[in-house]
Design a protein around this ligand. Structure first.
Ligand SMILES: CC(C)(COP(=O)(O)OP(=O)(O)OC[C@H]1O[C@@H](n2cnc3c(N)ncnc32)[C@H](O)[C@@H]1OP(=O)(O)O)[C@@H](O)C(=O)NCCC(=O)NCCS
Length: 162
């Protein structure tokens, strides 16, 4: 099957939520995606589409560092179970990172699988100097360029309960 990658559109939200629920096995990540969009907190949202349906999705949102809009958060991201481990997720991450870097973003955080995101350069060490609602090996960061804050306190969008 051919897969295309493109920016999300508001009318895709139900299909994106269905991919979130199928991949995560519950409603929480779909709720977060819907809330990020409803609150105007989605910074970049990409989908992967097959012949007729959305098969993958990645969301990026603004993270405030010490009150400045200096960070980006990645998530939720999901790929339909039957298409996982075929490279769709990797393409979504790489496209997203390229777009963010092109837009001048320098620092991306993720809370996720510590066996997956390091493949794309994320590390626990890069996130460690930052104070966030979470910590540990699942909380990682990736520096995209010069000039990012070295440390600080992160504020997440209210979709995450902040
Ligand atoms: C995690 C997820 C988004 C990855 O997407 P994907 O399209 O399956 O990933 P890819 O095919 O691009 O995988 C890229 C590499 O990561 C590996 N990989 C895939 N899923 C992985 C996982 N959960 N843990 C560790 N490695 C994983 C692949 O084997 C591949 O390795 P390789 O480069 O050595 O061949 C997808 O599996 C998913 O939707 N999972 C359920 C929801 C979820 O957990 N989302 C992320 C929350 S942090």
């Amino acid at each position: 099957m051919d897969i295309w990658f493109r920016p999300s559109r508001p009318e895709y939200l139900d299909a994106i939520a269905a991919v979130n629920e199928a991949a995560f096995g519950g409603p929480e990540e779909a709720r977060i995606t819907r809330a990020l969009h409803a609150d105007g907190d989605s910074l970049l949202s990409l989908v992967a589409t097959g012949n007729i349906e959305i098969v993958g999705h990645i969301e990026f949102f603004r993270i405030w560092i010490d009150g400045a809009p200096a960070g980006v958060g990645l998530g939720p991201m999901s790929v339909l179970p039957e298409l996982q481990k075929t490279g769709v997720g990797a393409k979504l991450i790489r496209l997203g990172m390229a777009a963010l870097e092109g837009a001048g973003e320098t620092l991306v955080f993720v809370l996720g699988h510590d066996t997956y995101y390091p493949k794309f350069g994320f590390s626990e060490a890069a996130a460690k100097p930052f104070t966030a609602p979470w910590s540990g090996p699942h909380f990682m960061a990736l520096r995209l360029g010069q000039g990012a804050p070295e440390a600080g306190t992160l504020t997440y969008p209210k979709a995450f309960g902040g």
